[in-house]
Ligand binder design. Structure first.
Ligand code: CTP
Length: 439
């Protein structure tokens, strides 16, 4: 009997470790039996931490979740009808709890451990053997590994294998998941599984899945260490054209994605706190050569949220226009600021990697991010009102001129700004008197 307590003690961070012990303690206290299952156990055996814990509860998952939530502050969502609950704690720790189903279709004689039939039944419905292992959390058998389907052996050999013939028909999204895991872990899809997978692709089972579900799965590709590897494999399987119709996966695009991936690695090293959105970043690179019409079509197909669509379009429209100017040796700081201020962060990163060899572009962008975004105007609208200006075009023009002066380093500090403001107002009044004011 294998026990994973040692893995739990050695591979997990202190906070997750503590949470897991507490879960077992709570389960025991309230007479539930709780198991961590799926990706968490797989990753534990690989020596990695997975903060997204799937838990199978014998008894009611909703009741257990409610009890846990009383003791651990977090956000609880219960889905009573499905007997599931989700508890999100701090530091990205999430518990997804499901109630173990009681029924089982094989005769009891077939069960090596009759007592755990509900657990086995739950695990049998899952995607691949490597995701079917369970680890007991109750203190009485804490860390005990349940491996009914040879998951550990497959994990050691690096094999992705489905549990039953119709797995890809039951859940076509598993086709994408198989490819994702294959590429993430550098595993091999087992021969029979691969045959079934190809057959399912041939039968176009993915077309039967709702667009919401399909593209939610597709999003996960862009959280992988190398989305490009997954995209290349999907293309080999003739799936990329199903997922992104109208997109030509040519050498030019692959080269752009290669550069992006390399650029991201460097960026993450230099700016680990960076708040860019990888999904938008990759979509920008993917759709860079597409017409506006085709991009809009794909955005609709993917059910992109409005905010995401706007961000993506801002990148795609504004970056090609900004690049020629950014390649010039000299740009006045204020011009640089107003040029880049309209482009989402993903656009700045994309330009940096696309024009990696340009001697000026990277420097301009980095100067903007390092310096200009911090050069804030200390004067505000109230100061202008106090000086007798009223809201309107003149007001905005004066404010912008003042901001430009600050960005260009012409004035600095509140006192100088106010002085310059008086000068601008005077100049503006002169224009108005001579009729050159508002054009
Ligand atoms: N699962 C499944 N079929 C799916 C999706 C999920 O059988 N289409 C099961 C698998 O057992 C999986 C578990 O549900 O391990 C949790 O799903 P998810 O969190 O998506 O997967 P992880 O295996 O944790 O993968 P990742 O490392 O990408 O988070």
């Amino acid at each position: 009997m294998t026990n994973l307590a040692h893995h739990i003690n050695s591979s997990l961070s202190k906070e997750l470790h503590a949470m897991i012990y507490l879960l077992g303690f709570f389960a025991q206290k309230k007479s539930f039996k709780v198991y961590a299952v799926g990706g968490f156990v797989r990753d534990l055996l690989l020596g990695k931490e997975n903060r997204d814990l799937d838990l199978v509860v014998e008894g009611s998952a909703v009741d257990f979740a409610k009890y846990v939530a009383k003791n651990l502050p977090g956000q609880l969502q219960c889905f009573e009808r499905f007997g599931t609950a989700k508890l999100s704690l701090s530091k990205g720790i999430v518990f997804d709890m499901v109630t173990a189903r009681q029924e089982f279709y094989a005769g009891p004689g077939a069960l090596p451990d009759v007592e755990r039939s509900s657990l086995k039944n739950d695990l049998y419905r899952r995607d691949f053997t490597i995701n079917t292992m369970a680890c007991a959390l109750n203190p009485e058998n804490f860390g005990r590994l349940y491996d009914f389907f040879g998951g550990r052996k497959d994990l050691e050999k690096g094999i992705i294998r489905v549990l039953y013939k119709l797995s890809f028909v039951d859940d076509p999204l598993r086709i994408i998941r198989a490819i994702r895991f294959e590429q993430r872990f550098n595993f091999i899809i087992e021969e029979e599984t691969l045959t079934m997978l190809r057959k399912a692709i041939g039968n176009r089972v993915l077309e039967k899945v709702s667009k919401e579900r399909l593209y939610n799965e597709i999003r996960l590709i862009f959280t992988e260490p190398s989305p490009l590897k997954v995209l290349i494999r999907l293309n080999e399987m003739q799936l990329l054209k199903v997922i992104f119709p109208r997109l030509e996966f040519n050498e030019r695009l692959k080269e752009r994605l290669r550069r992006l991936e390399k650029g991201i690695t460097e960026l993450v090293e230099s700016d680990p706190e960076g708040k860019w959105n990888y999904f938008i970043l990759y979509l920008s690179a993917l759709f860079y050569d597409l017409s506006e019409h085709d991009t809009a079509y794909l955005c609709h197909l993917m059910r992109l949220r409005r905010k995401e669509r706007l961000r993506l379009f801002a990148v795609l429209k504004k970056t090609p226009k900004a690049i020629p100017e950014l390649k010039k040796e000299f740009i006045r700081p204020a011009r640089l600021y107003f040029l880049l201020n309209e482009i989402p962060l993903e656009g700045l990163l994309l330009m940096t990697v696309l024009e990696k060899n340009d001697p000026y572009l990277r420097e301009h962008i980095s100067y903007y991010r390092r310096e200009l975004v911090h050069r804030r105007l200390l004067t505000n609208g109230d100061d202008l009102l106090e000086k007798g200006l009223t809201q309107g075009p003149v007001f905005n023009r004066v404010l912008k001129s003042l901001h430009e002066a600050v960005l260009n380093g012409k004035v600095s500090g509140k006192e100088e700004e106010l002085e310059y403001l008086s000068y601008l107002i005077k100049k503006n009044n002169m224009y108005q008197e001579t009729g050159e004011g508002e054009k």
